[in-house]
Design a protein around this ligand. Structure first.
Ligand code: ADP
Ligand code: MG
Length: 379
């Protein structure tokens, strides 16, 4: 159990500023996800909390106590590293048992055996106990490392992309397993991933990191439906959200959107219009996710926009269809049995409820089109 605070942490490696004034507050027992692209600084944050990297500025606090000068072994954190870091010369059993044999947290052998088998069966590696790490696949090593991390009850679990090396099926299974374990964990957990689905499904809150800075901290609904800026919006979703410039037009005292060279002006809800009017610019960026776009081979109503098929690529159980609408490429999700010839005519319609508006200059969030539906949660 621990409340973890990072206060204005800066960390440099020679000329690289890996962490640039990071402040974070992770509540006791929270499952907090750090999410961001490679090189963002996620691992460095975990190492700073673990005490294996020392910050150039700022404080690490646990339960209000400054930890900067407390050595790693005494911080009582349990970390699973990206590269597993298993002891190569001892068995899977002894690797998992090792945290319970350290002089600080020593347990008797009977207790150790029970706990090792408990986590090994949870991780589905109980048939591998006698093997050495070199005799395991990457996915198996990763599960041993995760097992070793959760075998005891530290103040905090630090997990660095613990599922990254698993194949898709196993990752899905382990994600569900972790989610279930999360309910029974009484331990604060900070979990790093660069997979947005993992971030959304596991995190009580998500901290989005980019180039050593925090872009946004929020629940999965908050970062998905009200992303702080275009960078966050682009990270949350597959295929990437479509973002393009649109014009705001005042027609008979109603604010409307003109987009993609269409004749039709699209309505804007009153609450969003109020925010956009205050913005004092008639040019904004509109963001619309592929999941919020319908397609048809005929123009069913005047909200359907004409385009041509640019590409169609299957991804698992669905396809990503890219449609060229007046020179703007729009990505959307299509059923994977969709047949469409390249360059053929197609019509698309935006579900404007989930449309997002951004400042087209500094790319910050302005407003979500329909705010009242937020409470319903992520689809
Ligand atoms: P992430 O885990 O988000 O991929 P890291 O925390 O590993 O990112 O790295 C953040 C930045 O700091 C990167 O630019 C990385 O190259 C740099 N970095 C990390 N560790 C070191 C190190 N030991 N020496 C030099 N540069 C490092
Ligand atoms: Mg990393």
């Amino acid at each position: 159990m621990a409340h973890i605070e990072l206060c204005n942490i800066t960390k440099r490696f020679k000329k690289i500023t890996a962490l640039d004034n990071i402040s974070l507050d992770v509540k006791d027992k929270e499952f907090f996800v750090l999410f961001g692209p490679a090189g963002a600084g996620k691992t460095t944050i975990l190492k700073t909390i673990a005490g294996v990297e020392f910050p150039d500025g700022g404080h690490v606090k646990m339960d209000g106590r400054i930890m900067n000068l407390i050595e790693p072994a005494k911080r009582n954190v349990s970390m699973v590293f990206e590269n597993y870091a298993l002891y190569p010369h001892i068995s899977v059993y002894d690797n998992i048992a090792s945290p319970m044999r350290s002089p600080l947290y020593k347990k008797d052998e009977e207790h150790i055996k029970k706990e090792v088998y408990r986590v090994a069966s949870m991780m589905k590696i109980d048939h591998l106990m006698e093997r050495l790490p070199s005799q395991l696949s990457n996915g198996q090593r990763q599960r041993v490392a995760l097992g070793r991390c959760i075998v005891r009850e530290p103040n905090v679990f630090l997990m660095d992309e613990p599922l990254a090396h698993l194949d898709a099926k196993l990752r899905h299974f382990m994600r569900a397993e972790l989610k279930e374990m999360q309910c029974s964990f009484d331990t604060t957990t900070i979990y790093v991933t660069h997979d947005y689905l993992e971030a959304m499904s596991l995190g009580d809150r998500i901290g989005i990191i980019n180039e050593g800075r925090i872009e946004q901290i929020g629940t999965s609904d908050e970062v998905y439906y009200t992303p702080a800026n275009e960078f966050v919006a682009k990270l949350m979703g597959e295929p990437e959200v479509n973002i393009f410039k649109v014009n705001l037009i005042n027609q008979n005292n109603r604010l409307k959107v003109k987009m993609l060279g269409q004749e039709k002006l699209f309505d804007i809800q009153e609450d969003a219009a109020k925010v956009l009017l205050k913005h004092h610019s008639n040019e904004v960026d509109l963001g619309i996710r592929g999941i919020d776009i319908d397609l048809s081979f005929s123009k069913k109503d005047d909200e359907y926009m004409h385009g041509t098929v640019y590409s169609l690529e299957p991804i698992g159980n669905k396809s990503v269809l890219i449609v060229d609408v007046n020179g703007q490429l729009i990505r959307l999700i299509a059923p994977n049995d969709l047949k469409a010839d390249l360059d053929s005519d197609i019509f698309i319609k935006f579900n404007m409820n989930n449309a997002l508006f951004f400042n087209c200059k500094d790319k910050t969030f302005l407003v979500r089109h329909r705010q009242e539906e937020l409470a319903k949660g992520v689809a």
